[in-house]
Design a protein around this ligand. Structure first.
Ligand SMILES: Cc1cc2nc3c(=O)[nH]c(=O)nc-3n(C[C@H](O)[C@H](O)[C@H](O)COP(=O)(O)OP(=O)(O)OC[C@H]3O[C@@H](n4cnc5c(N)ncnc54)[C@H](O)[C@@H]3O)c2cc1C
Length: 438
């Protein structure tokens, strides 16, 4: 079959790579290189012209079984990374810190007495233990139902110092969202994340970065078209919003339109964000529009820079990850000390990646800047996922959707890869059915 995949994030790369084993696949990406690596920054003053992933993506094998298997199959080497974290107030004063003791694949978090010297620090530790116990018990009792994490901690009377000072900032950092978005996360999603052993395993990342992952996937894709933004997709006659799409060339094809012309495919896989797919599919049926519109996104910025003002005020408090939490800002700022996570830069001048900055780094310290959108997860997400699954189960389907938003859990590399492989399997079974005939 002739298949188009729209979008070269990790989901699109994986869907196109998997489908290329047996079909002619064209991957369309609007940026000059696949979106998965489009925001990486090259450091010109390093001998090797080292590139830094933006954003810097890490994973825990326990929560990422599909990604772990994929990297093993591709031969992507991964290394453990120290992701110990300092939490500071708006002035950069540390109020809590956890460190990492690494033992092979294990990584045990611990705190030193000075990390919890304040009453707030001690309440955070007590709250963390209380939360862990209650979440584990609730999971064992048959789940957490539809409660949000905010509702769960209120009902369980978990210490506010832990909730506001650690739990919500941590969820907002993992989900790259605001504190209120984090409060609306389903408690079950957070409990599952915590239960996957993330507190005991080392965070890992691809040794040679996203570039190496993308190169291995691209090598297996029939045709990769970059700087090839799709402007419209349609599969049926009429019914779409203006301007009305021209009629399809054949009843059983899906048309992909770019500024340079049109091509017809047997199947089209959207691997863009859901909100982007919604604007592209000009003849979406009402159930398709409703399902895609139910996924909501939050915009955010990531800065690469060398401004130490965004780090904890005392150098002794610097960790590989530094979260700044204050009431005036609805979202935590997190700054990764790149020298601590990128082996080639250990002795180089300080270099930072700040996600959701509360204040901008000095102009002359900025090395790169990128904007992203991240799906939100809340009570409505489960319904949206169920609708998407129903669409995918419709007979005769030729338009599909995958991406980090399209599977349950925190929208991360794991859900993106899982959804890509699931859609590829469904397209395959359509191909098998059409070969078998009526
Ligand atoms: C700051 C930050 C930190 C993160 N950290 C981690 C982490 O540590 N670990 C982790 O697992 N995950 C992390 N994530 C999440 C992870 O990066 C995403 O879940 C994942 O990359 C999403 O991949 P995707 O393929 O679903 O979507 P996307 O990467 O959004 O891919 C969509 C693609 O579609 C393309 N596209 C859009 N419109 C068109 C069009 N009209 N025509 C052609 N192409 C189009 C886009 O250019 C893009 O390449 C982080 C995200 C952010 C923002």
């Amino acid at each position: 079959m002739n298949i188009a995949v729209i979008g070269g994030g990790i989901a699109g790369l994986v869907a196109a790579w998997q489908l290329s084993r047996r079909h002619a696949v064209t991957l369309f990406e609007r940026q000059a290189v696949p979106g998965f690596i489009a925001s990486s920054v090259a450091l010109n003053d390093t001998p090797s012209g080292l590139r830094i992933d933006v954003p810097l993506r890490v994973f825990y094998p326990g929560y990422y079984p599909t990604l772990t298997r994929l990297y093993a199959e591709l031969g992507v080497a991964t290394d453990p990374v120290d992701y110990a974290t300092t939490f500071t107030d708006g002035e950069g004063r540390a109020y809590f810190r956890w460190r990492n003791a690494r033992l092979g694949a294990w990584s045990l978090p611990y705190v030193l007495p000075q990390d919890v010297a304040s009453a707030q620090g001690r309440r955070i530790v007590q709250g963390a233990l209380h939360f862990q116990g209650r979440a584990r018990a609730a999971l064992a009792d048959g789940g957490l139902g539809a409660a949000s994490i905010g509702e769960f901690v209120a009902a369980e009377r978990i210490a506010p110092e832990f909730v506001e000072g650690l739990l919500l900032p941590a969820v907002a950092t993992i989900g790259t969202c605001s504190r209120e978005d984090a409060r609306a996360y389903p408690a079950a999603v957070i409990a599952d994340y915590a239960a996957a052993g993330v507190a005991r395993q080392s965070v890992r990342r691809a040794r040679d970065g996203a570039d190496a992952v993308a190169a291995k996937l691209m090598a297996g894709i029939t045709r990769v078209q970059c700087s090839a933004g799709v402007v419209a997709v349609w599969s049926r006659r009429g019914g779409g919003p203006p301007p009305p799409p021209p009629p399809p060339p054949a009843a059983e094809k899906v048309v992909v339109q770019r500024s340079t012309g049109e091509e017809a495919f047997d199947h089209v896989v959207f691997a863009t964000q859901a909100n982007q797919a919604l604007t592209l599919l000009v003849d979406a049926a009402p159930d398709e529009t409703a399902a895609l519109a139910a996924f909501r996104y939050r915009a955010l910025e990531v800065m690469m820079h060398s401004d130490t003002a965004l780090m904890p005020a005392r150098r002794a408090d610097w960790s590989p990850v530094n979260a700044r939490v204050c009431a005036e800002h609805g979202h935590p700022e997190s700054t990764i000390w790149i020298n601590r996570v990128q082996p080639g830069l250990r002795d180089a001048a300080p270099l930072f990646q700040t996600v959701m900055p509360q204040s901008l780094p000095r102009d002359d310290s900025i090395i790169g800047h990128a904007r992203f959108e991240r799906p939100l997860v809340d009570a409505g997400s489960a319904g949206a996922l169920a609708s998407l699954k129903q669409l995918h189960a419709q007979p005769g389907r030729r338009v599909w959707w995958c991406g980090s938003y399209a599977e349950a859990g925190v929208p991360l590399l794991e859900s993106a890869v899982r959804s890509a492989l699931a859609v590829a399997a469904q397209v395959e079974s359509c191909a098998a059915r059409s070969l078998a005939g009526p």
